[in-house]
Structure formats: C-alpha cells, structure tokens
Design a protein around this ligand. Structure first.
Ligand code: KG4
Ligand code: ZN
Length: 329
C-alpha cells in the first residue's frame, strides 16, 4: 500500500506523519511551540523557524520508528510549501527535498490549505466530491466548493481578519492567554452569550464574504466599558462568530450542489461552531462532516493525506518547488 511521509512547519506546530493511501495513520508526531511563544502573546516567526530546525529531523525519525519502517519503504515525501510563515515553511520544504533527494523518492509540495481542505476525506472514507467546505483557521476564513483534488472553487473569503485571528485577538484583549481559541472557548462556558450586545458584520448582506474586524473593536469597547465580566464577553463574542459563520454558510447552501457540509481548520475544533454547523446541515438534509479535533488544528497527517491524494492523481513536484508565504488555493 502506498505510504506517504508528511511534514508540517508553516506556523507554530512541527509535525511528521506517515499515512497510507487507504487512510491508515501509521505514525503521527507533533511538537507544539506554545511555551516558546506564550511570553510574547503570539507566534514570533524567527523563534518558530529556529524551533522547527531543531524539532523536525528528530520527529521524522520518531515517525519512522513509530511505524516500524525506514525511508526506503516510503513512496513519496509531502511537505507543506506554503502559505505560512516563510522561515518555517522553508525549514519543512528543504527537509522534505533533502529526504527526497537522499532516498530517491518523489517530492510533493503541498498547499497547507489543501491539507485542511482534504483532511475530512482522511477522517471519512464516504465523503465524496463535491462538498461545501467552511475552512476556518488562524490565517483564513473561506467557503470553498471542493470539486476534486486540485479543484477548489472559492465562494467567499474574509475582507479583513480570519475567524481564528479574531479568537486570538479577543483572548489577548481579555487577558485569557495564548493560544487564544481554546482559551476563549473555555471562558465562554462560564459566560452568558446574550450578555453583551455585539455586531454581526455582513450578516444578511448581499455579498458572500466574512468580516471580523468590527467585532474585535466592539470587544475592545465592551472590555473598556467595565460593565461586563470577561466570561460574558467571551461567550457573546463566540456566539457572534457562530452567527456570522452560519449566516454566510447558509447563503451558499441554497446556491450550490454539494454532497455534504464540511468544516476544517483550527476553529473547527470549537464545539459551539461544530454544533451550529451540524444543525445547519440537518436543516438542509445534508450530511455533516468534521474531522476529529486533533486533525482540525495543524498536523502532518493532513499533509501526508493531501500528498497521498495528489500522488494518486500523478501530481508530483520537482526539487525546485518554491516555498511561498502567500499561496491562494
Ligand atoms: O489551522 P490552525 O491550527 O493553524 C492555521 O493554519 O492557522 O488554526 C489555528 C487557529 C488559531 O487562531 C486558534 O486560536 C484557532 O485556530 N483555534 C480555535 C480553537 N482551537 C484552535 N478557535 C476557537 N476554538 C477553538 N477550540
Ligand atoms: Zn492550518
């Protein structure tokens, strides 16, 4: 069975995984850098790149050992080639190229967003194209019609911040710590989602896009008013994000033919987001597919899987494949 080694290093997770073309996750190794970045309240690119350099090679060795294979048993090496923090992307891509050259294996330069977009098919063997995907991460907030491997139709995107970025900024404003998304979700459990009146930017709008910058400013005003507990602001903020995501997604469900409603990316780990989307899919009589939480946040299994899908389609890359900070799907 085709075996793919995947490498991920585009933000603050260093990861290596081995995945087969029939969806067996033979190894999954991941080292987060949260402690390195926490003192700065966000990811510091230079620190991230240096930490990837130290962490990646041992993680590759650990992944091979976990699966009980050697590099000679691998059919291809898939590495994230962007978009992301360029120093980190270069570390992963150059490592992938070096391994490919040394072992005489093909290289697959994977778009990180494609990793997120195809990850639901690793989790669910029955998920068929085309599906409507809400891709919500720290850097992106998009609705895509996933028509096939390499065939992504972008239906909507954010005109300012990504949803994950809004979670991270809200956590910082409320002093909830880093990383922001899980901290806001936890605080929201103890708060009232109706306590603070917050805007729902672009909800009901005739255009398809997302916007979260106004919401962040409203959170700042609510905090500075001194009228509200942090838990209530967190719960109200999370509800506002959910309402925006649902409204924009509902608009597309009426307009496209899809086999399922699918969510992926770091914010898809949020239970309130998942539950609301599941309800929306049920309203439309559609299947709802969300990868398990560990597969929503950055990892190398999704990169290996995207590599497996591309390899099957004959899509391999040369050793001159560029690292890209920006790379739209
Ligand atoms: O996909 P990801 O791991 O990295 C990017 O490609 O950006 O997404 C990270 C983003 C961060 O903004 C983080 O705060 C958010 O996903 N996130 C969450 C949760 N877990 C991670 N947002 C809301 N609730 C969560 N439980
Ligand atoms: Zn990501």
């Amino acid at each position: 069975m085709t075996l793919i080694l995947g490498l991920e290093s585009s933000c603050d997770e260093t990861a290596a995984a081995l995945v087969t073309a029939d969806r067996a996750i033979r190894a999954h190794q991941l080292a987060g850098q949260e402690a390195d970045h926490r003192p700065f309240g966000g990811v510091v690119p230079e620190i991230a790149a240096r930490t990837h350099v130290e962490a990646l090679t041992p993680l590759v060795a650990a992944a091979l050992a976990e699966a009980g294979v050697s590099l000679a048993d691998v059919d291809a090496i898939a590495a994230t080639a962007g978009p992301g923090l360029i120093g980190g992307v270069m570390v992963g891509l150059v490592t992938g190229k070096a391994l490919a050259l040394a072992a005489g294996k093909p290289l697959i330069a994977v778009n990180h967003l494609e990793g997120h977009a195809l990850s639901p098919r690793l989790a669910d063997p029955d998920l068929e194209f085309p599906y409507l995907l809400l891709l919500v991460s720290g850097g992106h907030c998009q609705l895509l019609l996933v028509e096939g491997v390499g065939a992504y139709r972008r239906l909507a995107t954010t005109i300012d911040d990504a949803a994950g970025e809004a979670f991270d900024k809200t956590a910082k404003l409320l002093g909830l710590g880093f990383p922001g998304g899980p901290a806001v979700e936890k605080a929201a459990l103890a708060g009232d989602p109706k306590a603070v009146p917050l805007p729902r930017p672009l909800v009901g709008s005739g255009e398809p896009h997302f916007s979260f910058a106004g919401l962040k400013s409203a959170v700042l005003r609510a905090r500075d008013s001194g009228q509200y507990a942090a838990e209530d602001i967190a719960a109200s903020f999370q509800q506002a994000v959910v309402d925006c995501l649902i409204d924009r997604t509902r608009r597309q469900l009426g307009a496209v033919e899809a086999t399922a409603l699918v969510v992926a990316g770091g914010v898809a780990a949020n239970k309130a987001v998942r539950a609301a989307l599941e309800g929306l899919a049920a309203e439309h009589g559609l299947r709802f597919v969300a990868p398990p939480q560990w597969l929503c946040t950055d990892n190398a299994a999704m990169i290996a899987w995207a590599g497996a899908e591309r390899f099957r389609a004959g899509l391999v890359d040369g050793l001159d494949a560029p690292a890209r900070a920006r790379w739209p799907l």
